[in-house]
Design a protein around this ligand. Structure first.
Ligand SMILES: NC(=O)c1ccc[n+]([C@@H]2O[C@H](COP(=O)([O-])OP(=O)(O)OC[C@H]3O[C@@H](n4cnc5c(N)ncnc54)[C@H](O)[C@@H]3O)[C@@H](O)[C@H]2O)c1
Length: 287
């Protein structure tokens, strides 16, 4: 249900690839709440995905940009403001990619060129986006910047690989630039740490389905969907959260505060019983 929370606001949204993308859901909700939008993605993702369909639905323009290229970002920010007729009130960074994950390189066998790419795409691009916006004074006073992250920045989750390092850096950039931009222009910068979600980037994470099942059992409120994530991000873009900045905000159904849940323990116990029965049978066979 729309509340007109973003009426009259202008937004820049990175990372809508297809209708599974978190950024896609955010764009739809932002539009519903009255925002005018500029959408962006890399030229390849624009070709491979269907961002044009989203743009049509949202009455938005699509300006291609590789978020690792400052030149592209400068073009995006200036053209975006021109198109909207003013500065942005909010910016969403919803970008992540690890060539090491894609190529199946494990954390103890990283390719260092890939590692640089992971960090450049998934973390440094956030710095580049904010620095470019600041250079062109592209964000309104009391504007809001949000990037998406994952709990693997704080806790080790088997298989998340070098993306964990990138997310830790991304969250740090939110704090470091949050201080500067807050001091100067009252602009807030936060990261939202989302539950595992079945998207294109999400499916690159090793064993996503089982990880989602585990997180679902561990979270008292269950996993948060992409649509629910969009709802939460809308509040962060709205004027209702003007004094929230430099935070890593968990949107994960309570997962981040859990150690062990009844449901997860139940499955673990079943696994142990299954193992004991199997061992017992093989012991009897070997007698
Ligand atoms: N899916 C999950 O389980 C999950 C959980 C927590 C956080 N996140 C984060 O959410 C964000 C969005 O991912 P998603 O799950 O919606 O998947 P997605 O695949 O739909 O989105 C990732 C986007 O990053 C874009 N991208 C990649 N390289 C880029 C570059 N150089 N320049 C500009 N854009 C580039 C892709 O084109 C794509 O649109 C990512 O930061 C991801 O790490 C995802």
């Amino acid at each position: 249900m729309p509340y007109n929370l973003l009426k009259g606001k202008r937004g820049l949204i990175f990372g809508a690839l297809n209708d599974k993308s978190i950024a896609w859901k955010v764009a739809e909700r932002a539009r519903e709440e009255g925002a005018e939008l500029v959408l962006t993605n890399t030229p390849v993702s624009i070709r491979m995905g269907n961002i044009d369909e989203l743009a049509q639905r949202c009455g938005a323009v699509v300006i291609p940009a590789d978020a690792t290229s400052v030149e592209d970002l400068e073009n995006l920010v200036t053209k975006g403001m021109e198109h909207l007729g003013g500065k942005f009130d909010f910016v969403l960074h919803s970008i992540g990619m690890s060539p090491n994950v894609r190529k199946g390189r494990t954390y103890d066998d990283l390719d260092y060129d890939y590692y640089h790419k992971t960090v450049d795409i998934s973390a440094i691009s956030f710095h580049k986006v904010i620095q470019t916006c600041r250079k062109f004074d592209a964000i309104e006073e009391w504007g809001s910047v949000v990037a998406l992250t994952y709990i693997a920045a704080q806790r080790t989750l088997y298989g998340y690989n070098d993306m964990a390092d990138a997310k830790a850096m991304l969250e740090s950039i939110a704090r470091s630039f949050g201080y500067i931009y807050g001091r100067e222009k009252n602009i807030r910068i936060n990261t939202v740490s989302q539950s595992p979600t079945p998207t294109t980037a999400g499916s690159g994470v090793m064993g996503l389905e089982n990880l989602m099942d585990f997180a679902e059992r561990m979270s008292p409120l269950g996993n948060a969907t992409a649509a629910e994530c969009a709802d939460y991000i809308i509040t962060l873009f709205s004027d209702l959260t003007r004094k929230v900045t430099m935070q890593n905000l968990y949107h994960d159904g309570g997962y981040s505060s859990m150690g062990m849940s009844m449901q997860a323990m139940h499955i673990y116990n079943e696994g142990l019983e299954y193992r004991d029965v199997k061992n017992d049978k093989s012991r009897r066979r070997n007698k």
